[in-house]
Ligand binder design. Structure first.
Ligand code: 5GP
Ligand code: MG
Length: 193
């Protein structure tokens, strides 16, 4: 039996249509990603800059797999005012607090959609004088309508253009605590755009 069929989404409430990526697949993919990231920084030092709030759980699970001299900083960018599910213009709400000049910076986000969030953060990291600025997302959404979209350097999962919640990702500030990546019932099969 496929292990994922053992995880029932029933307990997550009536709004959750199903599990897209179960926790054990996330965990094994994080092992692979962490290995690749560690190899990419032979100097052994890294500053992780996490985009709040959706990347919180990804961040905490990933950094415990990285045997590096690691610093963690956060940045908050608004791209989802209220409950809209389509990406809007991004704005910096909380700027990184630590010193980025000369640092190797890996920007972490939950999901790559239009790419505006990562572009904005990468721009500010480079403007601050970082030695390097790479990007890592847990998921990258398929957006055939945006052929010029930026790519992330490290991607956990390529997914279809669907709205996902859980494992840090919210809808109207809910569902961040779900241990699996799930689809919302009302948006399943659509992207809310
Ligand atoms: P982008 O700037 O690439 O269009 O959007 C990235 C941000 O939009 C992510 O950090 C995330 O906050 C939000 N986002 C994009 N797609 C989804 C999704 O399917 N589910 C959730 N919960 N947030 C999303
Ligand atoms: Mg986000």
């Amino acid at each position: 039996m496929d292990e994922s069929s053992l995880i029932s989404h029933e307990a997550y409430g009536p709004d959750i249509a199903g599990v897209l990526i179960p926790r054990h697949r996330i965990a094994s993919r994080l092992d692979e990603l962490a290995g690749r990231i560690t190899e990419t920084y032979p100097e052994g030092e890294l500053t992780i800059l996490a985009a709040l709030t959706g990347s919180l759980i990804f961040l905490s699970d990933l950094i415990r797999r990285l045997p590096l001299r690691l610093r963690v900083d956060v940045v908050r960018v608004s791209s989802y005012p209220h409950q809209a599910t389509a990406s809007r213009e991004s704005r910096v709400l909380i700027a990184p607090a630590g010193d980025l000049p000369g640092r190797h910076v890996l920007i972490i986000d939950d999901i790559l959609d239009t790419g505006k969030t990562l572009e904005l953060i990468r721009g500010l990291v480079l403007a601050a004088g970082a030695a390097s600025a790479r990007t890592c997302v847990l998921m990258s959404k398929r957006r055939d309508d945006l052929p010029a979209r930026v790519a992330a350097d490290f991607v956990g999962f390529d997914i279809e253009d669907q709205f996902v919640v859980g494992y840090g990702l919210d809808y109207g500030d809910l569902y961040r605590n779900l241990p699996d990546i799930c689809l919302l019932r009302e948006l399943a099969g659509g992207n809310g755009r």
